[in-house]
Design a protein around this ligand. Structure first.
Ligand SMILES: *Cc1c(COP(=O)(O)O)cnc(C)c1O
Ligand code: SF4
Length: 347
């Protein structure tokens, strides 16, 4: 068995197992895990410093998950936007193709919490074949986002086969992989995996780091291997209360990602996913973080802050307002708070 599979097998899957490392913790969480699975692998567990820290919050079940009166089962209407199961076609030219139902860790804030890691998410040869058929028959689709669950938990051979099948479709221009593996199980990114991915260019990979404490030497090695295989790396961070809803934390994360050769791509406002209401922040908090990044850091460190509109409306970018007055003379305020102006006209 490969090392990463062994590590995954040693994951904590029951809240009762938490007490061995954190005495007194985990009691009373069985009902939460019966509804939403728990998986904390030994690598991610080793990064948790103390009860309630930002990594703990992402990984350890919380009673509040069962007491969410506000959020929705499927806030992005993914099920309604699926022409075949496990394939979401929301934008004209790109689809989200779910190819695996498990993850290296079950993030408590997951937007697909309703089904990820459970029997409610049925993915197999059949659904993958149906997804490939749909993409073949829908030439408008130029960009296929392979996600899940986590596609990098598939074996190298199955992944190779799947990517080759996508590559064989002439209308598919780019392939994107969405994976949290470089953050939560970086040892999965073996030289052999990088070699498989490299065969299917142009291939992009968006990963998902939420806190600078996740930027470990192991994660650096994983990202370096992927970048060396010529894969442009992006990061889709989720803005989470008690994890990264702080300008200083977010700034360290964005700068650290760039040092890993990962370009911050999105910061998402937390989706209104049932069971995650305790993670949500105000949009004002997100805009304030963006204000602290823009201008103060390299433009490369500044992602797009977006809310994925409930109901399937798509991602709406949100930018702090720098405009003061819009007339013949447009007046703005810059990142330092100074007033600037520009003479507009009908050119
Ligand atoms: C986010 C998303 C995409 C990709 O959006 P980009 O802005 O191109 O990254 C595509 N399909 C679905 C269903 C999505 O949620
Ligand atoms: S890795 Fe992604 S899909 Fe899996 S539980 Fe975490 S957020 Fe959800």
């Amino acid at each position: 068995m490969t090392d990463w599979r062994r590590i995954l097998m040693q994951s904590l899957g029951h809240p009762g197992q938490l007490a061995a490392r954190f005495p007194g913790q985990g009691a009373g969480l069985e009902a939460v895990c019966a509804r939403y699975p728990m998986r904390i692998n030994p690598y991610y567990l080793s990064l948790i410093r103390e009860v309630g820290d930002p990594l703990w919050r992402q990984a350890v079940p919380d009673l509040r998950e069962l007491d969410d009166q506000v959020c929705l089962e499927d806030p992005l209407a993914e099920e309604d936007l699926s022409p075949v199961p496990n394939l979401i076609h929301k934008y004209p030219d790109r689809v989200l193709f779910l190819v695996h139902n498990q993850c290296a860790m079950y993030c408590r804030f997951c937007t697909r919490k309703r089904k990820v890691g459970t029997a409610r998410m049925q993915i197999g040869e059949e659904s993958i074949r149906a997804g490939l058929d749909y993409i073949r028959q829908t030439p408008a689709v130029r960009d296929v986002l392979v996600s899940g669950g986590d596609p990098l938990l598939l074996s190298d051979a199955r992944l190779d086969q799947l990517l080759a099948a996508l590559r064989a479709i002439p209308t598919v221009e780019i392939i994107r992989i969405g994976t949290r593996v470089p953050c939560v199980l970086p040892m999965r990114v073996t030289p052999a995996l990088a070699a498989v991915l490299k065969r299917h260019h142009p291939l992009y990979l968006n990963t998902h780091f939420n806190h600078p404490a996740e930027l470990t030497p192991e994660a650096a090695l994983a990202c370096g291997r992927l970048a060396d295989a010529g894969i442009p790396l992006g990061c889709q961070t989720v803005l989470l209360h008690g994890v990264n809803d702080d300008p200083e934390v977010m700034s360290r994360l964005m700068r650290g990602l760039l040092r890993f050769r990962v370009k911050p791509y999105y910061i998402f406002q937390a989706d209104m996913t049932r069971g995650t209401n305790h993670f949500r922040t105000s949009i004002a908090t997100g805009l304030n973080i963006m204000r602290s990044l823009i201008g103060h850091h390299s433009g490369l460190a500044v992602p797009t802050y977006a809310v994925d509109a409930p109901g399937g409306g798509g991602k709406i970018p949100l930018t702090p307002d720098y405009l003061i007055e819009r007339g013949q003379t447009v007046r703005f305020v810059n990142y330092r708070g100074e007033i600037c102006s520009y003479q507009d006209g009908d050119y």
